[in-house]
Design a binder for this molecule. Sequence first.
Ligand SMILES: *Cc1c(COP(=O)(O)O)cnc(C)c1O
Length: 226
Amino acid sequence: MTGRLGAVDARITAAARVHGRDPAEITRIVVTKFHPASLVRELYAAGVRDVGENRQQELSAKAGDLADLTDLRWHFVGQAQTNKARAIRSAAAAVHSVDRPRIADALNAAAEKPEEDVLDVFLQINLTDDPGRGGVHPDGLLALAEHVVGLGALRLRGVMAVAPLDEEPARAFARLARMSESVRGVAPSASAISAGMTGDFEEAIAAGATHLRIGSAITGPRPLRG
Ligand SMILES: *Cc1c(COP(=O)(O)O)cnc(C)c1O
């Protein structure tokens, strides 16, 4: 696994250089869903400090098991439910999947001490034509950004998306980059772009991604769910 990690990091560095970007401004998050906490511990030993999960129960369990790794940052990248906001907030340093005012409100209200304890959030945008997929419709993006900016216990970091299966990732990420610019009109410091997975992280780097969410290229294939 450390071989795969090194190979992916070399590809990230190479892609950043090709596109005139500083590799140090890119955060590589290893998505560890379905893998045991022991694998996260191995990643930590190899220098990984940012890991991602897409289910609250799995996030809470692994974060609990690995509570001794105090500088490990957990990123929640899955569909968030309002009744799980407190559990997500207590385990995660960042939530990449805020796609409606209600989940933003729930995460905001779950703060232990507003002001002191600020949660980083990304607005997930649905780049597909299927309203059933996660993410806010692009037409609702700016209203959601304005809403989140008004919540004191959340810090709006930027936007997040998954490239549609039926579209060239480069094209989808170019649209995402334009949407990121429009969000910066509302929240100038919200410049982060969370995009790029195993199959398309180089295209995401080309389009300005600052946070890559990479799973199987580093962890190997995911174990089957029981
Ligand atoms: C699983 C997952 C990833 C990582 O996927 P890979 O293709 O294994 O790199 C990234 N983002 C989200 C939201 C995920 O659920």
